[in-house]
Write a protein that binds this ligand. Structure first.
Ligand code: COA
Length: 335
C-alpha cells in the first residue's frame, strides 16, 4: 500500500474585510457580544463585482498549492471540491475548477459535508492514493457564505459567524516509507440534519412553490442553526474523534505538535485545548480574522500555520472537524 502526504498548501480570501462594527450597522448586534461568544473580530465577504465565486476562489488557492507542491496542473489526477455553497445547484464546483484551470479531463467530485468537508475530502484523497489509483489529488475547500445569509437582526445568530474564503491542499503519493497521512476517521448522524441546515429551496420545495407562497416570514432559504445543540454536540464529537485518531495512530495527546481544529467558535477550540492539556502554541486558531469558513476553515488554518513556520517536517499534526449533518472527523498527519 502506498503512503500519501500533503505536498502543497494555498489559500485565498476576498479583500473585503467586514468588522463586527460593520455588522452592527445593519443588524442589532455588537462587537462585544460577537467576540465574547465566538472570538470573531473580522471576516471576509466577497464584494459585489470583485469576480469571486466559490470556484474562482478555489482556483486561486489551488494554483498556489500546486506551485508549492512543484507540480504542473496536468499532474492532477483527481479534483475533490468540498463546499456547502457551490456556484450552481448542479453541476458541482469541481468541474468548474477543471475548466478554469485548463486541467486535462480528470475526474472532479464535490464533497457535501459542510464543516467536515475538508476532512472527508482529505480522507477520500488518501484512500485513492493508498490504493494506487491516483498519484496527485487536488483537494479544495471553498465557501461563499455571504451571498446567502440573513443580514437582518432575525439572522444575527448565524450571519455574524460565517465568512468567505478558500484553501487547497495537494495530496500526493509519498516516496518515503513512513510519515504522511497516518489515519483518518469519519462519522455522521443524520438525526440532527435539520439542526444546522438550509432546507429550502430543495427538491421537495422548488423555487416556484416558495414564490407562490410569497411568505415574508419564510426563512427556510437562510441557514438555520440550533446554536446551543450544535455547541454541545461539537465539544463531545471533537473530543471523541481526536481520541479515536490518537488511539489508531498510537500517539499520546502530549505528542501532538499542532492541533488544527475546524474554526467553528473560539470557545469550542479552547474547550478542546483544555481537554487534551495542550499549550497555546499547540493549537492553531484564525477564526478571529476569518470567522467560520466551513469547508475552507481547516485548510485555511493549516496553510497559515505552515506559512508562519509553525509546522515542520516530522511534526505530529491533528486535524479535527464537526459540523452540519451532523458530520465529524479527524485526520492525523506526520508532516
Ligand atoms: C451561535 C452561538 C455563538 C450563540 O451563542 P449562545 O450563547 O448559544 O447564544 P443564544 O443563541 O442562546 O442567544 C443568547 C441571546 O443572544 C442573542 N443573540 C443571538 N445572536 C446575537 C448577535 N449576533 N448579537 C447580539 N445578540 C445576539 C439571542 O437573541 C439571545 O437573546 P435572548 O436571550 O434575549 O433571547 C453559539 O451557540 C455557538 O457558537 N454555537 C455553535 C455554533 C457552531 O459552532 N456552528 C458551526 C458548526 S460547524
Amino acid at each position: 500500500m502506498y503512503r500519501s502526504r500533503i505536498t502543497g498548501l494555498g489559500k485565498y480570501v476576498p479583500e473585503n474585510v467586514v468588522t463586527n462594527d460593520d455588522l452592527s450597522k445593519v443588524m442589532d448586534t455588537n462587537h462585544e457580544w460577537i467576540v465574547e461568544r465566538t472570538g470573531i473580530e473580522t471576516r471576509r465577504h466577497i464584494a459585489k463585482g470583485d469576480g469571486n465565486t466559490t470556484a474562482v476562489m478555489g482556483v486561486k488557492a489551488a494554483k498556489i498549492a500546486l506551485e508549492r507542491a512543484d507540480l504542473d496542473k496536468q499532474d492532477v489526477d483527481l479534483i475533490l471540491f468540498a463546499t456547502l455553497s457551490p456556484d450552481y445547484y448542479f453541476p458541482g464546483s469541481g468541474v468548474l475548477v477543471q475548466e478554469m484551470m485548463d486541467i486535462k479531463t480528470c475526474p472532479a467530485m464535490d464533497i457535501r459535508n459542510q464543516c467536515s468537508g475538508f476532512i472527508y475530502a482529505l480522507s477520500t484523497a488518501d484512500q485513492f492514493i493508498k490504493t494506487g489509483m491516483y498519484k496527485n489529488v487536488l483537494v479544495i475547500g471553498s465557501e461563499n457564505h455571504s451571498g446567502g445569509l440573513d443580514f437582518s437582526t432575525r439572522g444575527r445568530g448565524v450571519s455574524v459567524i460565517f465568512g468567505d474564503g478558500a484553501a487547497a491542499a495537494v495530496v500526493s503519493r509519498s516516496e518515503e516509507d513512513s510519515g504522511g497521512i497516518i489515519t483518518t476517521h469519519l462519522h455522521s448522524q443524520g438525526k440532527f440534519a435539520e439542526e444546522l441546515a438550509l432546507i429550502g429551496p430543495s427538491t421537495n420545495r422548488w423555487v416556484p412553490e416558495i414564490m407562490e407562497a410569497n411568505d415574508p416570514e419564510d426563512t427556510s432559504y437562510y441557514p438555520n442553526m440550533n446554536g446551543q445543540l450544535v455547541f454541545k454536540n461539537a465539544v463531545v464529537r471533537f473530543s471523541e474523534v481526536i481520541v479515536e485518531g490518537l488511539t489508531a495512530a498510537g500517539w499520546e495527546a502530549s505528542e501532538i505538535d499542532m492541533l488544527v481544529p475546524h474554526q467553528a467558535n473560539l470557545r469550542i477550540s479552547q474547550f478542546i485545548q483544555k481537554k487534551f492539556g495542550l499549550k497555546d502554541d499547540q493549537v492553531y486558531n484564525n477564526i478571529q480574522r476569518y470567522g467560520n469558513t466551513t469547508a475552507a476553515s481547516i485548510p485555511l488554518a493549516l496553510t497559515e500555520a505552515w506559512e508562519e513556520g509553525k509546522i515542520k517536517s516530522g511534526d505530529k499534526i491533528v486535524l479535527a472537524a464537526f459540523g452540519s449533518g451532523f458530520t465529524w472527523g479527524s485526520a492525523l498527519i506526520e508532516w
